[in-house]
Write a protein that binds this ligand. Structure first.
Ligand code: NAI
Length: 331
């Protein structure tokens, strides 16, 4: 039986991991708290730590884990930008992830954001509940015939591109690796700059890397079509949020949908409704009627959660058995 300490545990994590662990081959302890330098001590003596997107796996945390006897960091997510891989390698800690669980979940949420923001569903919902049946300010546009640009056509972006194609958009894409199935559909690959210049809707579905950090900055927003919609379900730092705010104020950026935010770690996944919001940039975002934010929930479907739990436990088995894990992150 392998001892696993699962940080940032929510009710849905417990439910899906308990279901995947029905045979009880893993002794899973759930901790509500986020993993960081102040909580890493809880992992002392535990061979496997299971972490999520906003757990802190910077060098000091990784080194403390290794010093405490942890040999495996099992990420229950696809992205691994929160892990110092050099530190893990140097400390002999294996990092595994779940590269694919349900790309449909994230792609469908991307479309949900595009449709809701375009047709002002978020505002209409509140108006109608308040007895306000005015349509003033709720005008959207037909997606059919519009140009939609997808940055990153991997597992998720390829589905986003297909869904937009089914909405009869003219779909263009930017990715160093072309997907031949998309080109067969008629999706045109262009540079990021050309994509920004031509798109009415831009969806970010690439990973966060040094190259893509602040991919959408002041210059990129200036190069976008005036009034275009920007959607980010990738990772928060793909967008320079302050630049986006300037763009929204001037009207250069027509609307913004976010499932991820560059400073989300201290905010997301908790009920903070009784607290004073400390993040002035985020607070400013909330004032725009043409900004729609969800708190990193694009992955949150039954299918995705079940697949995440199943693959995470299989990854742990492979690492502990020393048979090599196909989902190890090499860095
Ligand atoms: P993937 O690895 O299948 O695809 C990523 C694609 O981005 C690849 O085709 C790659 O060539 C491309 N790419 C890399 N650098 C690029 C650049 N500079 N410009 C354009 N394209 C570039 O990854 P997948 O599964 O599609 O996931 C994409 C990202 O979505 C993940 O890295 C993660 O950050 C994010 N994600 C968000 C979730 C959420 O709940 N909001 C859940 C799961 C993933």
């Amino acid at each position: 039986m392998t001892a696993v300490l699962l940080f940032s545990a929510k009710s849905y994590d417990r439910a899906c991991f308990d279901a995947a662990n029905r045979t009880e081959r893993h002794a899973i302890t759930y901790l509500d708290t986020r993993l960081d330098t102040t909580t890493v001590e809880f992992a002392r003596g535990v061979p496997v730590v299971c972490a999520f997107v906003n757990d802190d796996l910077s060098r000091p945390v990784v080194e403390a884990l290794a010093a405490g006897g942890t040999s495996c960091i099992a990420l229950r997510c696809a992205g691994y930008n929160n892990v110092d891989l050099d530190a893990a390698r140097a400390a002999g800690v294996t990092v595994v992830r779940v590269p694919s669980y349900s790309p449909n979940a994230v792609a469908e949420h991307t479309l949900a954001l595009i449709l809701a923001l375009n047709r002002n569903v978020h505002r209409a919902y509140n108006r109608v509940r308040d007895g306000n049946f005015s349509l003033e300010g709720l005008v959207g546009f037909d997606l059919a015939g519009r140009t939609a640009g997808v940055v990153g056509t991997g597992q998720i972006g390829a589905i986003v591109a297909r869904l937009l194609w089914h909405f009869r958009c003219n779909v263009i894409a930017a990715d160093p690796q072309r997907d031949p199935h998309l080109t067969d559909l008629g999706v045109e690959y262009v540079t990021v700059d050309e994509l920004l210049a031509r798109s009415d809707v831009v969806s970010l579905n690439c990973p966060l890397t040094e190259e893509t950090h602040h991919l959408i900055d002041e210059g990129a927003i200036a190069r976008m079509r005036r009034g275009a919609m920007l959607v980010n379900t990738g990772r928060g730092p793909l967008i320079d949020t302050s630049a986006a705010i300037v763009g929204l104020k001037s009207g250069q950026l027509g609307s913004l949908a976010l499932d991820v935010y560059e400073e989300e770690a201290p905010l997301f996944f908790e009920d903070r409704s009784q607290e004073i919001l400390d993040d002035d940039v985020f607070a400013r975002l909330l004032t725009f009627p043409n900004v729609l934010i969800t708190a990193h929930q694009a992955f949150l479907t039954d299918e995705a959660l079940a697949a995440i739990a199943r693959t995470t436990l299989e990854n742990i088995d492979a690492v502990i058995a020393g048979t090599g894990c196909a989902n190890a992150v090499d860095g």
